[in-house]
Design a protein around this ligand. Structure first.
Ligand code: IPE
Ligand code: IPE
Ligand code: MG
Length: 239
């Protein structure tokens, strides 16, 4: 635990690239899916801890638009895990008062998973402890592309004038409309890249990279990352 964290500077929104599940499983000579299962347990522990710390939004990069290009067996196993997570974990999620939102192109999932996503969002919509945003079939480029298409369609129908489109208009048609931008991004596993996550929203986000693989990530390491953030000076290009 860190002792000098400043409660007045708790980030409102933390986003996490939960990377390294496959390497964790490989190191332990376990099937890859065991790494993802362990990763799901970490996600749950970190969600609980983030809520305790007073963080309002936690965005978890769970499955990227590029992850569809992985091999079929892996995708199949991962879909199974997602079914379990959205089907069974939901009871605990409810008990903790977590509101779940999903960003990404959900239409690419099998129908039963799309139903589970919709049910989870509806069941948890009035929860207030913390909002967990699951990025599922999510890619920043894909999100911006879909937003541009939405606006182009509106313009074509005469519902909006092209010259009236400003930053707020585009923000309003992103998957993250009405959610704040992340203050802090944490990426595990030693990789130091953005991998198509929240490209628009992270224009001024602070980045913390940690070497631990996601299943080995702990509330203590999370607190240390928050502590690093609290010692940063954010400038937004204006001073
Ligand atoms: C991150 O774990 C989670 C997903 C991409 C679904 P990886 O599967 O990328 O794990 P590594 O990077 O291969 O270790
Ligand atoms: C990013 O990790 C996606 C998720 C954590 C869901 P990847 O493992 O897919 O990204 P790269 O391939 O290392 O850039
Ligand atoms: Mg990876």
């Amino acid at each position: 635990m860190t002792t000098d964290s400043n409660p007045t500077k708790i980030p409102a929104h933390v986003s996490i690239i939960m990377d390294g599940n496959g390497r964790w499983a490989k190191k332990k000579h376990l099937p890859t899916i065991a790494g993802h299962r362990a990763g799901a347990a970490t996600a749950r522990a970190i969600t609980e801890h983030a809520a305790k710390m007073g963080i309002q939004y936690l965005t978890l990069y769970t499955f990227s638009s590029e992850n569809w290009l992985r091999d079929k067996a892996w995708i199949n196993d991962f879909m199974g895990l997602l079914r379990w997570y959205l089907g069974s974990e939901i009871k605990d999620i409810m008990a903790q008062g977590v509101r779940v939102r999903v960003i990404g192109d959900r239409t690419l999932f099998p129908e039963d998973i799309q139903t589970l996503i919709a049910e989870t969002e509806i069941k948890t919509q009035h929860n207030t402890t913390i909002t967990v945003i699951l990025a599922l079939s999510y890619g920043g480029r894909d999100e911006i592309l879909r937003a541009v298409r939405t606006l182009a369609t509106k313009a074509q129908r005469g519902e909006i004038a092209p010259e009236a489109i400003d930053i707020a208009t585009l923000e309003g048609v992103l998957d993250t409309a009405s959610m704040p931008h992340p203050d802090l991004l944490i990426r595990t596993s030693g990789e130091q890249r953005i991998s198509n996550f929240l490209l628009w929203q992270m224009a001024y986000t602070e980045f913390v990279f940690v070497p631990e693989l996601w299943p080995d990530f702990t509330p203590e390491i999370f607190e240390q990352a928050i502590n690093d953030y609290q010692h940063r000076k954010r400038r937004y290009g204006t001073d």
